[in-house]
Design a protein around this ligand. Sequence first.
Ligand code: ADP
Ligand code: MG
Length: 566
Amino acid sequence: SYQHLEKMLEKIDGRGYKAYQELQGQYQWKDYILSIDYVQGDPFASPSRIRVILSEDKAGFPENLYDTFYKRKGVIDFLSRTVAQNIQKFYHRVGGSGKSGLLSIGHCGQEILDRNFVVIDKKHVEARLEVGLPAAGRRILGREAKKIFFEALPKITETSLFYKNISKEQLQKTVALVEDQHCIRQELEKRNLVAFIANGSILPRESGVSQRPLKIGAIPFQSPKEYEIALELPNYGTIKGMGIPEGVTLIVGGGFHGKSTLLEALELGVYDHKLGDGREYLITRENAVKIKAEDGRSVEKVNISPFINNLPMGQDTIRFSSENASGSTSQAANIIEALEIGTDLLLIDEDTSATNFMIRDGRMQQLVQKEKEPITPFIDKVRELYKEKGVSTILVIGGSGDYFEVADHVIMMDEYVPKDVTKQAKDIAKKNQNLRKIESISKEQENPPRVLLKTSFPKGKKGVKIKSKGLEHIVYNKMDVDLRNLEQLIDSNQTNALCFILYYIMETMVDDKKTLSEIVDQVYEEILKRGLDIVSPFKGHPGNMALPRKYEIAGMLNRFRSLKIK
Ligand code: ADP
Ligand code: MG
């Protein structure tokens, strides 16, 4: 019981930090259990992990708030943010060395993701927290610890995890929002759209380093008449906005007129956004993938032959491997890898593409013969991708009118306002005879399966250590896995999850038979069925995680420099 905890804290006060280990265990306090699952080794180490566990009859959340996957995601998101706010409000960090006095729950950004910081089901509600057990130097500050466990935690629990005490109105708003967002996602498929952008959405962000909405001078989004549709949402009611149809869509316009901002918003529309974000009702097909040139990345046995053939020195492009891919080969590999996982929509910005991958104009075709050019540019592939594979593309391009011929829709950004210029673009294409020849495409070869080999995961003397470093890096033993170009990886808790998933895959799934995409499918299915916690090796508090998409899991494996494919 809590009295026991109190006595122990008094007993170990002033002793060496190791004595904190004795606290590990569970303590009953009024309506809940405090579970101290992991105690840090010293004040500078990663903080201790604790949970607060309530039975549902005490917590009192009506079941209809969390009876679907997406509603539960909303409730968990809301409660996580509520706990964070109440820590701010009711806890003043006590002093001490290292991480002493830290008290936190996983951070939630602009997106509403499937997270594991809070658990809610018919039986119980649980919040998972990190605490830096306080010390002066390495000497235990028992009295400070008592402030955390006996003053702050009860107050935070009371105000955050009991239905009767939280703002029901705010919670209801979040649940209503995720319900509407889910509805838009379903409408996209029914109506053969790849994205919906509600009128009034705020697309630009505060700055290059902040995902918060631009507050001053933001021009709200307004759909061109030609693309305006109305959707009937269960909570919001009728909402109007732009429906971007399947097919090939160009976004053109002068520099600085908001093209990239629109594309970036579409990239993140694969996720739901929280109230007040400005992109709440901007939804993109969930499996949309941003494609970039990524020179320097490693590529392991990817069939890039649809784009690249006849490399110098007879290099293989059906099973293309490189430690240091070029702009165009990396961009080709990124597309093929996206198709391997399954995608309905590619998002491409000229700003981050390899020019020779995107275009090859008539004059260049005359100077450099096709036989001397390994690259079939994307312009000659983009229609085929749609017609044969059903994969749409949205492309930002301000620099080449050659694309007018292959586009279904051309949208011009004009001082942040989109306009339909499809007809003009098609007229211009007709009037100005193009010197360019379509580069005939050789029939695609059979795609060899990419079987993932166990030797991809070498063990060091002490086995394997996998750690995330912020959002964009994972360190496997001493090898860096660079995730900077996975632009749709947006939360460091997703990166944490990727570490656990990597470990889970290598320990339990790789058998020298399954392909990379089969493994990704399988791990994803298991997570959806049994929850994110299953990939964690820890008992109790599993470590903070947010669910990444399949594509980011594959993206991590594909960027793993010791990846071995049979
Ligand atoms: P482009 O890709 O066409 O060159 P960007 O999308 O990079 O242009 O946008 C240029 C600048 O305009 C950016 O600083 C961006 O934040 C800002 N911006 C974009 N859209 C809007 C908008 N709707 N309202 C206000 N500012 C915007
Ligand atoms: Mg741009």
